[in-house]
Design a protein around this ligand. Sequence first.
Ligand code: KG4
Ligand code: ZN
Length: 338
Amino acid sequence: MTTILLGIESSCDETAAAVVVDGFEVRSSVVASQIDLHRKYGGVVPEIASRAHIERIDGVIREAMEQADVTRDDIDAIAVTRTPGLIGSLLIGVTAAKTLAWHWGKPIVAVNHVLAHVCSPSIEAGRGIWPAVALVVSGGHTSLYHAADFDDITLLGQTADDAAGEAFDKVATILNLPYPGGPEIDMLGKKGNVKAVAFPRTMLKRDSLDFSFSGIKTAVLYHVHGPGKTSGGLEKLTEADIADIAASFQEAVVDVLVAKTMRALDQTGCDCVALSGGVAANSRLRQAMECACSQRGATFYAARLAYCVDNAAMIAALGYHQFQRGQTATLCFDAAAR
Ligand code: KG4
Ligand code: ZN
């Protein structure tokens, strides 16, 4: 007997639906990105995001079911992102999931978006990879977890200010690169010299597993425009200078992310790392984390690229494990921004 979950995700600016069998076999994963709608504003505009979710969610769910070649009769449960995210966006997915669950007479599972990121490298592995230290790096989150099981995940540390993805996006804006900045800096970084500029590596206290990325963002700003200045410097830079800044910034962020993850391995005694979230798509981060893990004999799992950015396959996957444990919700649950 197989168990088939329909997953729905709408926490930020991706409208997504997926069909996942037994928690690991992704039959379909459809993601309608809104990047084009938000680009000219340099970030996600909540009101535009909610409206776009309303317009797209029906079609996205339909397409995920068609691609997976399933009908409502095949679906055993519906998993949906309940928290965290933009409240207006979350409500669209939650309302769609509740409506289908009620109309189809199916159980509903309420899923935490960040914990679904934590579990996403397991999809690729085809099994639970626990115990592991999990680093979730995205536009909204930079957090380290100790994951003992799908439903036993403890926060070890998180960012005190900007998320890593936010820092990539803001630095890209300083360098006049298109939104979202992460992929742009990743590409440019390959052409630049990582040692060109010694940007700060904020490690906080000796044992701290928390992060801070606002200092490096300011350091890039002053490097570009001059100490204490916030404009006028970009015109003087060549393309090679900009590539060097991108490479040096990325290297500093990667150094901190890898060092803190290794620190977490030391503190927890784990010998497995799970990397996920939008910034986990970063080629330099994947390479550096893999190298650091292999040097100390730790196993390294990264989410597949398609499951790094927001998607519903990870929601259905974690939803499956919650469903197996009897963790279903009633139709009365609320979406929550945090
Ligand atoms: O997980 P995600 O889709 O959304 C959140 O839940 O926040 O992550 C989006 C973030 C953006 O900040 C984007 O710039 C960053 O992930 N990102 C990257 C790369 N691809 C996406 N950052 C660095 N390198 C990349 N290749
Ligand atoms: Zn996310």
